[in-house]
Design a protein around this ligand. Structure first.
Ligand code: G3P
Ligand code: MG
Length: 243
């Protein structure tokens, strides 16, 4: 059955990449999460999509210029100002500690194609190993050098290249870098690409699938997973099709 991975947590209804969004995704019945990792000035891994804090917090400037302590002072409620509680940018450690007590899988996206954070792969791997989560984590990135580096450091942790455009026979490319799957934009995942990849033993997990018609299509073609902002909606559609 196609897994439902909550993109930046339950981002349709809660502030993206916050503990609230991750916990609500689990409550909504997601099978797993997708989250984005950047690095602070003091070398800490933090869960935030953009290189800058401006869009999703009340602060300004680059994540890499903040210490973890100063980042934690920012309010990450973002456009959900009606929430009574402040939300913080989580550290990756905080998320993994919580994740270890759940059954969720987790796609950690390394946000290192714009800023090449030195040593990010090793730090992520050390943390995944410390929480004994190697078999529930998929490391992805638009920076394919980085995921190959991750594979070389930790062949037991699955890697997946992110593809923003269609690739000719992407399953061959995935196999060539020892990835067991790839994460294409949904437009780059037509039925024939999904089917040919699955037949070659390569998993396909398209992002960010929010349209009902696309969710339905990908469930019907038995895609490995969908990465969606709205895990509750995806779950209803999946249940309707298969019960
Ligand atoms: O990992 C899938 C998707 O999140 C990639 O794009 O920009 O939403 O991180 P973005
Ligand atoms: Mg992402």
């Amino acid at each position: 059955m196609t897994l439902i991975l909550a993109h930046r947590g339950y981002a349709a209804e809660y502030p993206e990449n916050t503990m609230l969004a991750f916990k609500e995704a689990e409550k909504a019945g997601a099978d797993g999460l997708e989250l984005d990792v950047q690095m602070t000035r003091d070398g800490e891994l933090v869960v935030i999509h953009d290189e800058k804090v401006d869009r999703t917090t009340d602060g300004t400037g680059l994540v890499k210029d903040y210490t973890l302590g100063d980042l934690r002072k920012l309010d990450a409620r973002f456009k959900f100002k009606e929430l009574s509680r402040r939300e913080q940018i989580p550290s990756l450690e905080e998320v993994l500690e919580w994740l270890a007590g759940t059954r969720l899988v987790c796609n950690i996206e390394l946000k290192n194609s714009i800023i090449p954070y030195e040593g990010m792969e090793e730090k992520v791997i050390d943390m995944v190993r410390a929480y004994e989560l190697s078999d529930r984590i998929i490391i992805s990135s638009f920076n394919h050098y980085s995921i190959v580096q991750s594979y070389l450091l930790a062949p037991e942790i699955e890697i997946a290249p992110l593809l923003s455009e269609g690739l000719y026979m992407p399953w061959i490319y995935a196999q060539s870098i020892k990835a067991k799957g790839f994460h294409p934009h949904w437009r780059a995942a037509p039925d024939q690409i999904v089917t040919a990849s699955l037949e070659s033993g390569i998993e396909v997990r398209p992002y960010t699938v929010n349209k009902e018609s696309e969710l339905e299509r990908l469930f019907k073609v038995n895609c490995s997973a969908v990465i969606t902002d709205d895990p509750a909606k995806a779950k209803i559609i999946r249940e309707k099709l298969f019960t």
